[in-house]
Design a protein around this ligand. Structure first.
Ligand code: PLP
Length: 408
């Protein structure tokens, strides 16, 4: 008889988005003809930058001719893309990352989800609350957690992120081995400064722990005091893996391209205390389970680093940041405490009510969809997340409705 991996039974079904959909469908059925604006999604709405499209087309043309056709590519991705990333994303900020340390992939979701395979099932895993759910669920599937109780899994260390710590978790007293950090943060929009990031790096160095640093939203950083990469902190190369993505940077959510940095210095230990290279292990894992991102997509991603591409990407992100600014100002003027919306596409709003109650209020009175914060973890209770990924026209219409619905 074939038996299942019973860890899957511990997973909470994707309650959050299913419940949102259910409530929206009920509302639509009762209110036909009402135009609903979604500020709930984490997906981009604007087209790919022109430079990427041109490079994409040209690469597809190459694929149409026998003499320039490409089959399987290198496991780490094509050197032309890895060299540009090392030069433009890291050398420019003083971080010494070589093209050899970069692994191109089809998404930061897969990489942040798959990376845990490299670590012992006994590892003490710490992750933020509220959290991007992939970090939690992939550890549940692997069997690193106990059962679900009071909105949390046993055996995980939850790093509370709330107003008290400005949504940047403090180092807890429990010992941690594997630490997930995400800045700019989804869902809170929080950023971390160099001093606080250095504390995490110091902890990891002192305790032979490893930080998994998700920088999927790095392109939204506009303030110089915010580090773009964990490798800006001295000593981080020994203890940190960083994840980046073209999804939000250049509108690649449907095109799929991302990359992960696993420095050559990065080590983890076997049960006898012997060191092993995580770079070599990740290479082994990718070579076994992954056959790369398509050649045209890697060429399209490379075009992000051309002068035209850089200009277009900046203006794309500025567009969403301006949306975010409009939304944040609207809620602040109405007296709500907001986080994010600066250096981040997400605005995290303290509602003064239950998250779902506020969700219903916005849906009924303004016909707007947001994401209830409680769906991201216990610390999200009483908050909502609003996303700036929509057209300016829709956002302008949405803020007018919000003012009417919530104004006194
Ligand atoms: N990491 C975070 C924090 C995200 O919010 C997302 C997407 O929403 C991802 C990773 C996934 O990115 P990708 O599209 O590259 O898989």
């Amino acid at each position: 008889m074939i038996h299942i991996n019973e860890n899957y039974l511990k997973l909470k079904s994707s309650y959050l988005f299913a419940e949102i959909e259910k409530r929206v469908e009920e509302f639509r059925a009762e209110n036909p003809g009402k135009e609903i604006i979604s500020l709930g999604i984490g997906d981009v709405t604007k087209a790919l930058p022109g430079a990427c499209i041109d490079a994409f087309r040209e690469a597809v043309e190459e694929m149409s001719r026998d003499n320039s056709f490409r089959g399987y590519g290198p496991y780490k991705g094509y050197p032309f893309l890895r060299e540009k990333i090392a030069e433009m994303d890291f050398k420019t900020i003083g971080a010494d990352i070589s093209p050899e340390e970069i692994f191109i992939s089809d998404g930061a979701k897969c990489d942040t989800g798959n990376i845990q395979e490299l670590f012992s099932l006994n590892s003490k895993v710490a992750l933020p609350d509220p959290v991007y759910p992939v970090y939690v669920d992939t550890n549940v599937m692997a069997g690193r957690t106990g059962k679900w109780e009071d909105g949390r899994y046993d055996n995980l260390i939850y790093l509370d992120s709330d107003q008290g710590n400005n949504f940047v978790p403090d180092i807890p007293s429990e010992k941690m081995d594997l630490i997930y950090l995400c800045f700019p943060n989804n869902p809170t929009g929080a950023t971390i400064d160099r001093n606080r990031l250095k504390k995490w790096v110091d902890y990891a160095r002192e305790n032979k722990a490893l930080i998994l640093y998700d920088a999927a939203y790095v392109a939204f950083i506009r303030d110089d005091y915010i580090p773009q990469s964990i490798y800006e902190v001295e000593g981080a190369k020994d203890i940190a893996i960083e994840f980046r993505s073209f999804s939000k940077t250049a509108g690649f959510t449907g095109t799929r391209c991302a990359y992960t940095i696993v420095p050559k210095e990065c080590m983890a230990y076997d049960s006898k205390g012997q060191k092993h290279s995580l770079h070599d292990m990740w290479y082994r894992r990718q070579a076994t389970k992954f056959n790369g991102v398509s050649y045209p997509v890697q060429r399209a991603a490379e075009a992000v680093y051309t002068p035209e591409g850089q200009k277009q990407v900046r203006s794309l992100i500025n567009y969403y940041l301006e949306n975010a600014g409009l939304i944040r100002k609207t809620f602040e003027d109405l007296g709500y405490k907001c986080n994010g919306g600066e250096n981040s596409p997400y605005i995290w709003i303290k509602t003064g009510k239950d998250s779902w109650e506020f969700f219903d209020l916005l849906l009924k009175n303004a016909n707007i969809i947001c994401t209830p914060g409680s769906g991201f973890g216990r610390c999200g209770k009483g908050y909502i997340r609003i996303s700036s990924f929509n057209s300016r026209e829709k956002v302008e219409e949405a803020v007018e409705r919000i003012k009417l619905a919530l104004g006194h």
